[in-house]
Design a protein around this ligand. Structure first.
Ligand SMILES: NC(=O)C1=CN([C@@H]2O[C@H](COP(=O)(O)OP(=O)(O)OC[C@H]3O[C@@H](n4cnc5c(N)ncnc54)[C@H](OP(=O)(O)O)[C@@H]3O)[C@@H](O)[C@H]2O)C=CC1
Ligand SMILES: CC(=O)N[C@@H](CCC(=O)OP(=O)(O)O)C(=O)O
Length: 306
């Protein structure tokens, strides 16, 4: 028997990627709507209710409208938008964030898929807060670098049309949509400063957290905290601290569901930069959505396919 999966917004950037990841699978049947019904609320609602799991790859407002139309507790949904990431009653689908998340996911009806930058930021920050290496009320800085596909079809068109600059910093008003989830799941009570930049490359991402740690021991402690948090993780890897200078390539995990974490810096001064590398369309979006779908359907064995 194949599980029925409906991808709402399957023609968009994230939807297409999920479709590609699922197309070769014999344990999954993709439910699709005819083009004329692609934006018909009634048809989409019926497809969600027919499916074993529906993955919403829509703008926030369209996701809110569809979820609002579903009967309470019916239609298992993974929402890729920002709409429900800190909403009560939703499971935040970052399976590696804490041991209890995987179990919550397996029975969940409403799952929000994490944002791309928060996936890297929370992965780095939560173990620091949990172990007391960062006080929960500390003011932290998070710096992001993303490929342009993170901006969806509109930004892709600007870059492919040659009208966008080589790179641009944005989120300059400190109102970026990712800050609430970053703060909530990292366990920070002070709103972090988040400064993202997008560059002229399609996909790939670096998230950096600069920190002043204890001189002489802080970097080793940060390394130990990350290693302990992700010891049993299949998709999150803590890399060894490098010897000397390195170059961090945002694109090195493209096409995968991997997330790599690393502690960089100088032990003698305690000046550190924690770094996460991921594919914004992989672990930052479609990979995580398929991983969550697998856990919800009890297909953990198939996780290697994401
Ligand atoms: N790109 C990324 O890296 C990531 C994106 N996300 C999130 O995923 C969601 C989708 O983003 P992304 O794929 O980039 O966006 P896109 O703009 O590439 O795709 C959105 C898709 O939704 C469709 N759509 C819009 N309104 C409706 C509606 N009312 N009913 C049905 N379909 C509709 C669009 O149709 P049409 O083709 O006609 O425009 C389009 O195909 C967003 O909420 C985004 O925040 C999450 C993680 C990362
Ligand atoms: C480069 C770029 O514009 N990136 C988007 C984030 C990517 C994304 O869509 O984030 P979600 O995971 O929340 O959907 C932005 O900064 O708004």
């Amino acid at each position: 028997m194949a599980w029925k999966v409906f991808i709402d917004g399957e023609a968009g950037t994230t939807g297409l990627q999920i479709r590609e990841r699922l197309e070769g699978r014999r344990d999954v049947e993709i439910l699709s709507l005819p083009p004329a019904e692609r934006k018909d609320l009634g048809a989409r609602k019926a497809a969600v209710l027919e499916a074993d799991v529906a993955i919403l790859c829509l703008p926030d407002a369209a996701a809110e409208e569809l979820v609002g139309a579903l009967p309470e507790g019916q239609g298992r949904v993974i929402d890729a938008s920002t709409a429900f990431r800190v909403a009560p009653g939703w499971v935040y689908g970052f399976a590696e964030m804490a041991p209890e998340v995987r179990q919550a996911l397996s029975g969940a009806v409403r799952v929000s898929n994490p944002g791309c930058y928060p996936t890297g930021g929370i992965a780095l920050l939560k173990p620091m807060v949990d172990t007391g290496l960062i006080a929960s009320d500390a003011g932290v800085h998070v710096i992001g670098l993303s490929g342009y596909s993170g901006g969806g079809k509109a930004l892709i068109a600007e870059y492919e049309g040659g009208t966008a600059p080589a790179a641009f910093q944005y989120g300059t008003g400190q109102r970026h949509k990712h800050v609430p989830e970053l703060m909530t799941y990292s366990g920070l009570s002070t709103r972090p400063i988040f400064s993202p930049t997008v560059g002229n490359f399609e996909r790939g991402m670096i998230v950096q957290v600069p920190l002043h740690l204890a001189p002489g021991s802080g970097l080793a402690a940060a390394q130990a905290a990350l290693e302990a948090a992700y010891a049993d993780s299949r998709f999150v890897t803590v890399l060894p601290r490098p010897e000397g200078e390195i170059r961090v390539d945002p694109c090195r995990l493209n096409g995968t569901n991997a997330l790599e974490l690393q502690v960089l810096g100088d032990e003698s001064s305690g000046n550190a930069v924690l770094v996460a590398v991921l594919d914004n369309l992989g672990k930052g979006a479609s990979g995580a959505a398929v991983q969550n779908m697998n856990i919800m359907l009890g297909l953990d064995e198939a996780e290697g396919l994401v």
